[in-house]
Design a binder for this molecule. Structure first.
Ligand code: ATP
Ligand code: MG
Length: 429
């Protein structure tokens, strides 16, 4: 039976292990082979005078990153990783790696991001990369758990759509038999329709596609969105929910991923409940005194504005009460002041993590807002019809999973938080 490397201890006396050859150190009479699997490292020590002939032949032939099976005696050893080593009695090369490797897995030579992504299967063998995805897994698990425990229904909506969710964002067209269709930019319209369907609390964690031409360190052309919609809730209710979900993700990472955090060497702390709230007007004022370019009420927040406000805030925070003119048509205007709406963004000091709002649930007001944005209601028949037959008031948000992980782990580039990123230039692997 194969034993995970972390479980190999001298108490076992003998063990059979399988792993990748992470490092080879030949000291003449003695050679060390550091084996690696998902769980850790184990040193195999081949003492040339004592080792069986077959072990010597395999040990000489093996290359780094080959997969090997070793059987032998486990002994204590102060200098070896984990304080123990295996002395091979048999050494079998299961799958030999060609040389040279396209990428150094032992981190002695740091490769360019492109080389790493071209060879992601090798790159992901690096403990620092594996740690990111272990943490992403723990965050996803906590989020799913949170929603399940709160009675949310996990939905899956189609990513092939006939129309844009919002004007503005570029869509990827696809050939759909004799029609044109697109890859969906957001499940927004579908989760709202599920409010009409009476599901009350839904969420989806799935892909969103944005054909944005820009190539930045925080945009992907295919991202993962954590999307939520809740009936009988307003913007304040779902901001509270959003804080809880973010904190649940951080807490589970804190609780279950201490090794991965240590591998990454990041400063990790769980954000505190009660994220401060700024109005959009206050945010503009902060940006106006801190950035060089002109910024005025009614403008979108530029990257430099987001950074300046983030520096001032120093923690997660909300920007509320946005001008209705710069938020999507489905955001609910305040009854007494319709120029502003019940939309919010949730920000990490480095960037936007989420946008959300209380939504318009009145059919005629929604049509009016669509027209105001210069769009045509005809394209939205399927979406608008449910608003005529008993649509409850509702609110929701979407969080980018990759941005959540990127900011949680202080990663320099969003591509680090995706296995196979899709950007302006990359569609393989
Ligand atoms: P930004 O202004 O930062 O480009 P956005 O306002 O266009 O983002 P939304 O449409 O509000 O994005 O989407 C909700 C969330 O989904 C964002 O806050 C972000 O976390 C994530 N997201 C959106 N677009 C992308 C993208 N291209 N790459 C990665 N994450 C994205
Ligand atoms: Mg947004």
């Amino acid at each position: 039976m194969r034993i995970p490397l972390k479980d190999v201890t001298p108490e076992l006396e003998t063990a059979e292990v399988i792993g990748w050859v992470h490092e080879i150190r030949d000291l003449g009479g003695l050679a060390f082979y550091i084996l690696r699997d998902r769980t850790g490292f184990l040193q195999a020590a081949v003492i040339k005078k004592k080792a069986p002939e077959a072990v010597l032949i395999a040990a000489k032939e093996v290359s780094r990153e080959s997969v090997v099976r070793i059987k032998g005696v486990v002994k204590e050893s102060d200098k070896a990783p984990g304080g123990r080593e295996i002395i091979p009695e048999s050494f079998e090369i299961i799958s030999k790696a060609e040389t040279p490797l396209p990428l150094d897995v032992s981190d002695k030579v740091l490769a360019e991001v492109d080389t790493r992504l071209d060879n992601r299967y090798l790159d992901a063998r690096r403990p620092k990369v594996a740690a990111i995805f272990q943490i992403r897994n723990a965050a996803t698990h906590a989020i799913n758990d949170y929603f399940y425990n709160e009675g949310f229904i996990n939905i899956t909506t189609s990513k092939i759509v006939a129309a844009a969710t919002e004007g503005g964002t570029e869509l990827f067209p696809i050939a759909y038999f004799e029609k044109e269709a697109f890859l969906n930019q957001s499940p927004q319209l579908y989760k709202q329709m599920m409010m009409a369907a009476g599901f009350e609390k839904v969420y989806e964690i799935g892909p969103i596609f944005r054909a944005e031409e820009h190539n930045t360190t925080r945009h992907l052309n295919e991202a993962t969105s954590i999307d939520v919609e809740v009936s009988f809730a307003d913007h304040n209710d779902v901001m509270d929910l959003l804080e809880n979900v973010i904190i649940a993700a951080y807490e589970n990472v804190d609780k279950t991923c201490s090794d991965a955090i240590e591998t990454l060497g990041v400063d990790f702390s769980v954000p505190k409940k009660g994220f401060p709230k700024l109005t959009y007007a206050e945010a503009i004022d902060i940006a106006a005194v801190s950035i060089e370019e002109d910024i005025a009420y009614g403008d979108d927040l530029s990257t430099s504005a987001e950074r300046a406000i983030g520096e001032e805030m120093g923690e997660h925070y909300f920007i509320t009460d946005w001008p209705t003119s710069i938020k999507p048509y489905y955001a609910m205007p305040y009854e007494n002041e319709p120029e502003i709406c019940k939309a919010f963004d949730m920000m990490h000091p480095r960037m936007e993590l989420s946008s959300g709002a209380q939504r318009i649930h009145q059919h005629d007001l929604l049509v009016e807002q669509i027209l105001q944005k210069g769009m045509s209601p005809e394209g939205f028949e399927f979406y608008l019809k449910p608003f005529k037959y008993g649509m409850p008031p509702h609110a929701g948000w979407g969080v980018g999973m990759e941005r959540l992980i990127m900011t949680m782990l202080d990663l320099p580039n969003i591509r680090e938080a995706v296995l196979f990123p899709r950007d302006r230039h990359r569609v393989t692997p």
